[in-house]
Write a protein that binds this ligand. Sequence first.
Ligand SMILES: [Zn+2]
Ligand SMILES: [Zn+2]
Length: 148
Amino acid sequence: MFIPTMDDLLANLLQSCKGAGMRKTKSLLALLETLIDHDAPVTLAELTAFPKLQTLCDRVTLYRLLQRLNERGIVRRLGLHERSAYFTLLIPGSHKDYLICTSCNDIKAIQAPCPVHALEKEIAATSGYKKLYHELEFFGICPNCEVT
Ligand SMILES: [Zn+2]
Ligand SMILES: [Zn+2]
C-alpha cells in the first residue's frame, strides 16, 4: 500500500484546498501542518494553544478556517457540541471511527477493524452508489467518569 510522507500529504492537502478555492495563507499552512503533526483529533481550544498558530491567527480566524475545511471535506468535525468539537484531517485511505465520552469529552479511536465495511460494500452493491464512505461516532460514559 502507498503510504504518503508528510510532505506528500501536505502537498495533497494544499492541492485540495486550492481546488476548493481556498487561498494558501500562512494561517492555512500552519493549521494543516499542525493537524498533520497531531494524529489524534484536536479541539479548537487545543489548536489555539499551539505557539505556531497562536502567533499567526486568532480563535475566530482559526474556527472559520476549520469550518471551511470541514465543508470541503478536508477536515472532519467530531463531537456533539460546537463548543467541544474535535477536528481531524480526512486522509484518503486512512479510516477511523471514534468513541467519545459525553461527560468529559475524552475521545478515542476505536481499536477494532471497522465494523461496517461489509455493510458498506453491501449498500454499494444494492444501491449502485459509488465511492461510499461513512463516519461513525459512538457516544457514552468513559470509565473515569462512571460513578459506581
Ligand atoms: Zn469521561
Ligand atoms: Zn468505520
